[in-house]
Ligand binder design. Structure first.
Ligand code: HEM
Length: 467
């Protein structure tokens, strides 16, 4: 009995009276603050934000149990839904209960491996455009920010898949919807951890800008919904074979009547939100390592030449699937730099996991990055070694625990976009290594981890040359 750990007998990093750990935690790079505290007090501890207590866990077994205990015993931290619903976003990421089950079924189907393979023409077209654009950069010896480039890449793919709209930010100046979308994640991030919801009483200029951005996005997406409804009416054959996610949701709405227009908006918007920054940041981090590891680039290039010879990028799904070394490169970057290092889960009932007691209503902040870069789970954990993902290719890496990786979460709410994300990553990485030599235009230590709901590389400036 004495060995039971409760929130009150957990260790805690040094805090301040009343505000507790808030001043430090409120920093832009919350995930690094949590990491520092893990080093200071161990992998399970308590923090207090203005008197409200939270458990923090960097323990991979506990975190796995929590993720697997959904939807019955845990849900996402209620504030995520509160903030997103208030913004008018009612979709899969923040839904719970029966509503979540329906949304999950529709989204998982839309993003299953078979459908993702059907997206190949979109991936190929957008990757070719990225090639053209970078060719131009290479000829001008331009220095540019990779992260911003990769956002264009994933926006173009995701918008096409979500509602069949070729936004083409790679060849045009950015579209209005993209400018507005960029404001959403940082605001969700800010409001979820705000101790007092000041914006409900007094709107700053930033809040007003945000409201305007959301209104513009809603207007545009509702226009897409109206257009798609007309298309389905005029072309009844689309009922059987919808050509994008929005059409598939509208078909379901007609069939079962179970989805409102608000939910259709929420789910299309969720795909845009969940699918863009996560994937673009993951590609950016991969390129951060590749720019420092020419020997890895050589291997990606050799694989590309062997698989699709003279083309600029993979020319078929089969070609893409066979890029095993490139996939290992992506997996390794996502191990060291998971773009969603923190997940917040709230207990729906009293739960005991191992010796840890978690009371109903309590929220656990999971820090998943620490374990992914811990010598207990991976040999030479901070080194970028894609070979560790290739069975038998790296015998000196005896410690290899892929089962503790939480980059895409776990359990019934595991990321439904994983297949699509890995396809996009492989497509971009392979094309870039085959055609360009990439080098950092800043020192590696000048590239900082920044967190705004997802973790991205700030100041990742590079130069490229044609191969
Ligand atoms: C490298 C890219 C990506 C990463 C690292 C990532 C990571 C994650 C993580 C950690 C979660 C939470 C999982 C959990 O609670 O167990 C999640 C959920 C989700 N992701 Fe992704 N994701 C990526 C790409 C995508 C893409 C491309 C899409 C769609 C186009 C997508 C759609 C979603 C949705 C809809 C959810 C909510 C699922 C639910 O609550 O049932 N993600 N993702």
């Amino acid at each position: 009995m004495n060995n039971i750990r409760t929130i009150d007998n957990l260790p805690s990093p040094k805090g301040k009276p009343i505000v507790g750990h808030l001043p430090k935690f409120n920093a832009i790079n919350k995930h690094q603050v949590l990491e520092e505290w893990v080093k200071e007090v161990g992998d399970v501890f308590r923090i207090s934000l203005m008197g409200k207590k939270f458990i923090v866990s960097a323990n991979p077994d506990i975190n796995h149990e929590i993720l697997k205990s959904r939807p019955g015993q845990f849900r996402r931290f209620h504030k995520i839904d509160e903030i997103m619903s208030e913004m008018g976003i009612i979709g899969l990421f923040n839904a719970e209960g029966e509503q979540w089950k329906l949304h999950r079924k529709l989204t998982s189907e839309a993003l299953n491996l078979k459908n993702v393979q059907g997206f190949f023409p979109t991936l190929q077209r957008v990757t070719e455009r990225l090639y053209q654009r970078w060719n131009d950069f290479a000829s001008k010896e331009a220095v540019f920010d990779i992260q911003k480039e990769m956002v264009r890449y994933t926006v173009d793919i995701t918008t096409d898949i979500a509602f069949g709209y070729d936004i083409n930010t790679l060849q045009k100046e950015k579209d209005i919807i993209q400018d507005q979308m960029e404001k959403v994640f940082p605001m969700i991030n800010e409001r979820i951890t705000a101790p007092i919801p000041l914006w409900r009483y007094f709107k700053t200029k930033k809040d007003k800008d945000f409201d305007e951005a959301m209104a513009a996005i809603k207007l545009l997406v509702h226009q897409f919904i109206a257009d798609a409804k007309l298309r389905l009416k005029d072309n009844p054959e689309l009922q059987e074979n919808p050509t994008n996610f929005l059409e598939a949701l509208l078909v379901e709405q007609t069939k079962s009547g179970s989805l409102t227009d608000k939910e259709i908006f929420g789910n299309v918007f969720t795909i845009l939100l969940a699918g863009e920054d996560t994937t673009s940041n993951s590609i950016s981090w991969t390129l951060y390592y590749l720019a420092q590891h020419p020997e890895v680039v050589e291997k990606v290039k050799a694989e590309a030449r062997q698989v699709y010879a003279d083309a600029n990028c993979p020319s078929s799904n089969e070609a893409l699937l066979s890029l095993k070394y490139t996939e290992a490169v992506a997996m390794e970057a996502m191990r060291i730099k998971p773009v969603t290092p923190n997940l917040y889960m709230q207990a729906l009932e009293d739960v005991a996991i191992q010796d840890l007691e978690i009371k109903k209503g309590m929220t656990v902040m999971m820090q998943n990055k620490v374990a992914q870069t811990d010598a207990a789970h991976f040999t030479n954990p901070d080194a970028f070694i894609p070979e560790r993902w290739i069975p038998k290719a790296c015998p000196m890496h005896d410690k290899h625990s892929p089962q503790i990786i939480r980059t895409f979460g776990a359990g019934s709410r595991f990321c439904p976009g994983r297949n699509l994300a890995i396809h996009e990553m492989k497509m971009a990485i392979s094309m870039i290594c085959k055609n360009f030599e990439i080098s950092l235009a800043v020192n590696p230590e000048e590239v900082k981890e920044s967190f705004a709901f997802t973790m991205f590389p700030e100041n990742l400036k590079v130069k490229i040359k044609p191969v």
